[in-house]
Ligand binder design. Structure first.
Ligand SMILES: [Zn+2]
Length: 434
């Protein structure tokens, strides 16, 4: 029975010691399953002379070799499935820019687990059966649309499966149907807010929208502030990836102080991305996940390439599951410019701290590591005085240089001149590799 603020009070507020015991028990079962039913994991274990019985404590997890993205590509499409492929009831895939896509295979158990996890996330955000949830993540192979859909279904909410695109119609639907929660990428929400403004729709008065569930791309607190300021809604971060199930791995609670990882289903570690060394909680590093309950395509120590840190302090919401600080970058997205590591999110933070600047921008790297940032001005960001524009440009360059240690070129463009992202935004164009 679901009452009060927790979807599953017993699990969500379980004393940490009990939670660790539960994790160990599930880990041992999972390791046994992987060794017995997955040729891939058996090879990995045998390669380092490891037996399932060697995993006696949670600390023994670090004896298990990492699983990496190229393992999934190399074993495309079904080589990572533990057991027979007959068990598969659904498939999803994330687009790789090169080579084989990453395919996620789900059996009946995994679908139930996924639905349960997303339901827990939506409930944590405050979603209830009386809510109308507008899902503007892409439906299809991408896990965002259907993942949120399954979770909302379990809660019993009214679902509007809008998918991506057709922005004006989406806004009309939200208005006419009385949508209370929207789920989409943060960049699409920014675009929705902008379009509402242009259409003369005041989200505070004309819509019943209260909350937004945003994920599938890293975003900064500055974008959050903007979304909240422009629409009056409360923005929540949700995290997941196809390799682990899709959305549902972790989510923010009402404290907005990190994303609770559902530790009865996942073990999270942070490692030094260069050496693979496990870092103590609180240190920033690459996130590594072990799935404890997925059985069709289990992942042991999967390296996500996402950079974050584990927050262990007690959360005021009462949940005992540890939190991830917001993802500061994806190490795949990391740019190396003149020997300096730069994450696009650092640039976004600087840009969004200037109210004169709009939300749409693109980072172009070309030639010998020359970085140009093309950014739109806010609709009311230019007062017609050219000297103000030049001053803004200089301020941006100085602040970007202080943040990234690289002096970029900045092109200020009129609002609406850059292409608009209706799915995941493409923020970086690296012409060096072309
Ligand atoms: Zn919390």
């Amino acid at each position: 029975m679901v009452v009060g603020k927790y979807w599953n009070k017993k699990i969500e507020t379980m004393p940490v010691e009990e939670l660790r015991k539960l994790q160990l028990q599930k880990l041992r079962e999972q390791v046994k399953h992987c060794y017995e039913d997955s040729a891939f994991y058996r090879r990995k274990f045998d390669g380092v002379g490891l037996k399932p019985s060697d995993i006696r404590t949670l600390d023994d997890l670090k004896k298990i070799p990492f699983t990496i993205k190229s393992d999934l590509k190399d074993n495309y499409p079904f080589g990572m499935v533990a057991g027979k492929t007959d068990q598969i009831v659904e498939l999803h895939a994330s687009s790789g820019t090169t080579g084989n896509p990453i395919v996620g295979s789900y059996n009946k158990n995994d679908m139930d687990v996924w639905q349960e996890l997303v339901a827990r996330c939506i409930y944590t955000v405050g979603g209830r059966s009386q809510d109308i949830i507008h899902i503007a993540y892409g439906y299809g192979l991408f896990t965002g649309g259907l993942g949120l859909h399954y979770g909302a279904q379990k809660i019993g909410a009214k679902i509007v499966p809008a998918s991506g695109g057709m922005t004006q119609r989406q806004i009309k639907l939200m208005k006419d149907l009385g949508t209370t929660i929207v789920a989409c990428t943060p960049s699409f929400m920014v675009y929705l807010a902008e379009t509402m403004m242009q259409e003369g729709i005041d989200p505070r008065k004309d819509l019943k929208l209260k909350k937004g569930i945003f994920g599938a791309e890293p975003w900064s607190d500055k974008i959050r502030e903007r979304i909240e300021k422009e629409t009056g809604i409360e923005a929540y971060d949700i995290y997941g990836l196809t390799e682990l199930c899709g959305p549902g791995v972790s989510v923010e609670c009402e404290e907005h102080h990190g994303l609770h990882v559902w530790e009865d289903h996942f073990i999270v570690e942070t490692i030094n991305p260069d050496t693979g060394e496990v870092l103590p909680p609180g240190s920033e590093g690459e996130l590594v996940f072990t799935t404890l309950t997925k059985t069709c395509m289990p992942m042991l120590r999967y390296r996500t390439r996402d950079i974050s840190r584990i927050e262990t302090s007690k959360c005021k919401c009462g949940r005992t599951h540890r939190r991830l600080a917001r993802i500061t970058g994806r190490s795949d997205d990391m740019l190396i410019i003149r020997g300096v590591n730069i994450f696009p999110q650092q640039i976004e933070r600087v840009l969004m701290s200037f109210p004169q600047v709009g939300r749409n921008y693109v980072i172009i790297i070309e030639g010998l590591d020359d970085m140009t940032i093309k950014v739109e001005l806010a609709a009311a960001g230019f007062d017609g005085q050219v000297e103000h524009l030049a001053a803004l440009q200089n301020q941006l360059i100085e602040k970007l240089k202080a943040e990234t240690w690289v002096r970029p070129k900045v092109d200020l463009l009129p609002a609406g001149s850059l292409p608009v992202a209706e799915g995941k935004a493409k923020r970086v164009i690296d012409k060096r590799s072309l």
